[in-house]
Write a protein that binds this ligand. Structure first.
Ligand code: CMP
Length: 143
C-alpha cells in the first residue's frame, strides 16, 4: 500500500489548522499510520529541503521550518502521493485552486501551510528521514 509524508508547517500549527487539515485526509479515506508533533532541528530541516539547497529562499525556508512546532505525518492509501498533492494544491497559494488546502487557507508561498511528498522515491526518503520504522503503525480501518 502506498504511503506519503505530509507535514503541517509552523504557520498551519500557529493558525490552528491542524484539525481542519487532518479532517480532510481522514474524510477523503486515507489512513493515518504515523503522527508526530515536534520542532525540527536545523539539521533535519536542511536534510528535508536538501534539493532546494542552492535556491535563494533556502536559508529563510530552513529558518521558518525550525521556528516552531510542526505536525509530521505518514498517510497510507491507494494513490495517496498524487492525491495528497492535489488536495494540497499548487506551491503558490495564490495559484492553488479553491477546494485545495492552500487554495482555501493561504496566500503566501513562504507560509504555504503544508508540505507533501511529490513522488514515490521522495515519499520513501522523507518517511525514512522523519520516522523510525517502529513509529509507524500498520492497521486497516474496519469499514
Ligand atoms: P514545499 O512544498 O514545502 O517545498 C519547498 C518550499 O519552499 C515550498 O513548499 C515553499 O514553502 C518554500 N518557498 C519559499 N519561497 C519560495 C519561492 N519563492 N518559490 C517556491 N517555494 C518557496
Amino acid at each position: 500500500m502506498e504511503r506519503t509524508f505530509l507535514a503541517i508547517k509552523p504557520d498551519g500549527v500557529q493558525r490552528g489548522l491542524v484539525g481542519e487539515i487532518i479532517r480532510r485526509f481522514e474524510t477523503k479515506g486515507f489512513t493515518l499510520v504515523g503522527l508526530k508533533f515536534l520542532q525540527p532541528t536545523k539539521e533535519l530541516a536542511e536534510s528535508h529541503y536538501a534539493v532546494h539547497k542552492e535556491r535563494p529562499f533556502f536559508p529563510g525556508l530552513v529558518e521558518f521550518i525550525t521556528s516552531g512546532p510542526i505536525v509530521a505525518m505518514v498517510w497510507e492509501g491507494d494513490g495517496v502521493i498524487a492525491s495528497a498533492r492535489k488536495m494540497i494544491g499548487a506551491t503558490k497559494p495564490l495559484e492553488s485552486e479553491p477546494g485545495t488546502i492552500r487554495g482555501d487557507l493561504g496566500i503566501n508561498v513562504g507560509r504555504n501551510i503544508i508540505h507533501g511528498s511529490d513522488a514515490p522515491e521522495t515519499a520513501q526518503n522523507e518517511i525514512a528521514l522523519w520516522f523510525k520504522s517502529e513509529e509507524l503503525v500498520s492497521w486497516q480501518p474496519q469499514m
